[in-house]
Design a protein around this ligand. Structure first.
Ligand code: GP9
Ligand code: MN
Length: 634
């Protein structure tokens, strides 16, 4: 009786339930920053707008098809939401099209995924069950054949809602869709599902970019690079490692905050702390990776180009023409190799390495991997270094050999017998265990140094070690605040936590602690300088870290940047040393064109965006295919 008088149509019910569920996930399962009521409001309406838009399309169908459509859309939408949640728990980020195409990675995620599933997740599927049940009832009054007028009314309503949402978003964040800002802004303002549509359009556009790109675009970029990111000054460090082997170690997920720090009164990284005294150690060195994580760190340091704003260039642009460090070193008679005890296809490395000029890739097949010598993602680092020595010794000298470690990887699992530090005690199992795997890595590096010394390789080599990216995402901010004894982790703290260690260890050199700001794009010109290789024709977005004309800023891929004096993040400008807020709403000030409101950060803000867009243009357009990298022959 009630149902007849006030018919509740299934598309309305599904929209309400799905909208509500999405809102709960946004609000309580993602950690989305909300600064004001307007943002709260937009975040609340956008899930309903998206849900209505898609479910309401059912009114154009016959009754039976309506029900089927609603059922499957509810299920598919929930799965999309859930995959995002799982991904978010690990990476603190949302899925994008290129990430989805990295299907081969998903299989390898194994242990990580299980650690990311929680019992409460079952609730996310309850509305799907209800919709399924209601839609399967005989003669359900929840779907009827609608007259044309009603269909048009529903359609106009859904478009009006979408437009309303867009207008609110535009007021809150001008030029949102044109500039993108970051994924969190997009999801916060237009919703996860519209963000996915936006991402698909963006990705198709970048494909088209390659097709339509031509060499002319490069000349403006070359002029910029020449004027801003090139330092040809020859210093007394030039060629100090000429003809030596270059051993590069990627320190998985190692952040700088553990270096020279303690837990339970014990040093976390005793060996790495001691090594500072015998190395050039960069204490304000930032990772610049994005979604490609380790692959991005490799991409940046080998090419001195920025990581892409979404996806990993290792996947999306593995066929491009590059001018990488291994390619350059091969011309100098170097043998190039990568050693990493994981599947060769992970991050599409096998394809990319060939293209980057890596002669030998010692992947999992080169190692004897057993249950005993594995944990978490695979072979334990100590075993990895030990078994790697025979390959290292077999390489013709001089060589450039890159080692990628693995044990200190989320979820930071370790066998009891390998743990030499007690876990931290907080609500985050991830952070608690992190200290233990970091300690394990420290011991593994110490053993590696011992191997290098006992084989005599040490004297003929320089050893460079770099943290690839953060290990502890914002998801663990509460626990991180507890460890760092801070009430909250602010955007300023977040950026400072993106510092990763960089060691340049040259046997015979005393080294020093270098406090100047630096980033992963600076690695390539620095290494070439040390090896005494002429790179005057290189196109690089970094500068030699030992040179006098260093770049003025380090740009992070989320739009934050650091200068000697300032730190900019989330539209706010901070004093770099003290963390004091100097100005907020920096980009709106810039957009308003009001000179007076322009503050210290905003002029640099423009240059940072420009520089990253130049790097993106090179990659999207595959522009190096139009460039001849002539080098001075002697
Ligand atoms: C995988 C390893 C980890 O081979 O390098 O990659 P990550 O998940 O850190 O990008
Ligand atoms: Mn990594």
């Amino acid at each position: 009786m009630f149902e007849k008088k006030y018919p509740l149509r299934l598309y309305v019910l599904a929209s309400l339930l799905f909208g509500l569920k999405t809102y709960v996930v946004y609000r309580f399962m993602f950690t989305i920053n909300l600064d004001n009521f307007m943002q709260e409001f937009i975040l609340f309406i956008n899930p309903f707008v998206s849900a209505f838009l898609i479910f309401a399309a059912s009114v154009w169908m016959k009754e039976k098809r309506q029900l089927k459509f609603i059922r499957y859309v509810a299920l598919a939408g929930t799965l999309i939401l859930y995959f995002n949640l799982i991904f978010y728990r690990n990476f603190g980020d949302f899925l994008t099209v290129p990430i989805l195409f990295q299907g081969s990675n998903a299989a390898d995620l194994g242990s990580s995924v299980i650690a990311l599933v929680e019992v409460i997740d079952i609730f996310l599927f309850l509305d799907v069950v209800l919709i399924w049940y209601l839609s399967k009832r005989e003669n359900s009054p929840m779907a009827v054949s609608y007259p044309k007028k009603k269909k048009l009314l529903v359609l106009s309503m859904s478009i009006a809602f979408l437009l309303g949402n867009y207008i609110f978003a535009e007021i809150e964040r001008p030029q949102l869709l044109q500039r993108g800002f970051d994924r969190e802004y997009l999801v916060k303002n237009i919703g996860l599902f519209n963000f996915h549509v936006y991402d698909v359009i963006q990705q198709s556009r970048s494909q088209a970019q390659r097709v339509f790109a031509d060499g002319n675009e490069l000349s403006e970029i070359l002029t910029y690079v020449e004027e801003n990111t090139t330092d040809q000054e020859v210093t007394d460090m030039f060629g100090v490692a000429e003809g030596k082997n270059l051993i590069f170690v990627t320190l998985e997920s190692l952040q700088s905050f553990v270096i020279n720090n303690t837990l339970h009164g014990e040093e976390i990284t005793p060996f790495l702390n001691e090594l500072i005294g015998e190395s050039y150690y960069f204490e304000n060195f930032y990772h610049q990776t994005e979604q490609g994580k380790t692959a991005d760190s490799e991409f940046i340091m080998e090419n001195s180009l920025y990581a892409l704003p979404s996806g990993a260039a290792y996947f999306t642009h593995a066929q491009n023409q590059y001018h990488s460090t291994p390619q350059i070193l091969k011309d100098e008679n170097y043998t190039t190799a990568v050693l990493h005890a994981n599947n060769k296809s992970f991050w599409n490395r096998d394809t990319m390495y060939e293209n980057l000029g890596i002669d030998h890739f010692y992947d999992i097949k080169s190692y004897e991997v057993t249950d005993e010598n594995s944990v978490g993602w695979g072979m334990k680092d100590k075993e990895f270094f030990e078994q790697s020595m025979k390959y290292l010794q077999s390489l013709p000298e001089p060589y450039y050999a890159r080692f990628i470690t693995l044990t200190n990887h989320h979820p930071f699992d370790l066998d009891d017998e390998d743990a030499t530090l007690d876990p931290f005690d907080s609500n985050s199992r991830t952070l608690n265990q992190y200290f233990q795997t970091v300690r394990y890595m420290d011991e593994a590096i110490e053993e590696f140094f011992d191997h290098l010394k006992s084989t005599g390789i040490y004297e003929d080599s320089i050893i460079v070690m770099m943290g690839d990216h953060y290990g502890i995402s914002d998801f663990h901010n509460r626990a991180m605040g507890m460890y760092l004894e801070k009430e909250e982790i602010t955007p300023y703290d977040h950026v400072q936590l993106q510092r990763v260690p960089l060691y340049i260890h040259i046997p015979g050199h005393e080294g020093e602690i270098i406090s100047d700001i630096a980033g992963q794009v600076d690695i390539k010109p620095t290494l070439l300088h040390l090896l005494g290789v002429d790179d005057s024709h290189d196109v690089s977005f970094g500068t030699n870290l030992f040179g006098p004309n260093r770049k003025e800023f380090v740009a992070l891929r989320d739009g934050s940047f650091i200068t000697e004096g300032y730190l900019y993040s989330k539209d706010t400008c901070y004093d770099r040393e003290s963390g004091e807020v100097l100005a907020s709403n920096v980009s709106s000030n810039l957009l308003s064109g009001d000179e007076e409101q322009d503050d210290v950060c905003s002029s640099m803000h423009e240059q940072v965006e420009q520089e990253m867009s130049y790097s993106d243009k090179i990659i999207y357009g595959d522009l190096f295919r139009f460039h001849e990298f002539s080098r001075n022959e002697d």
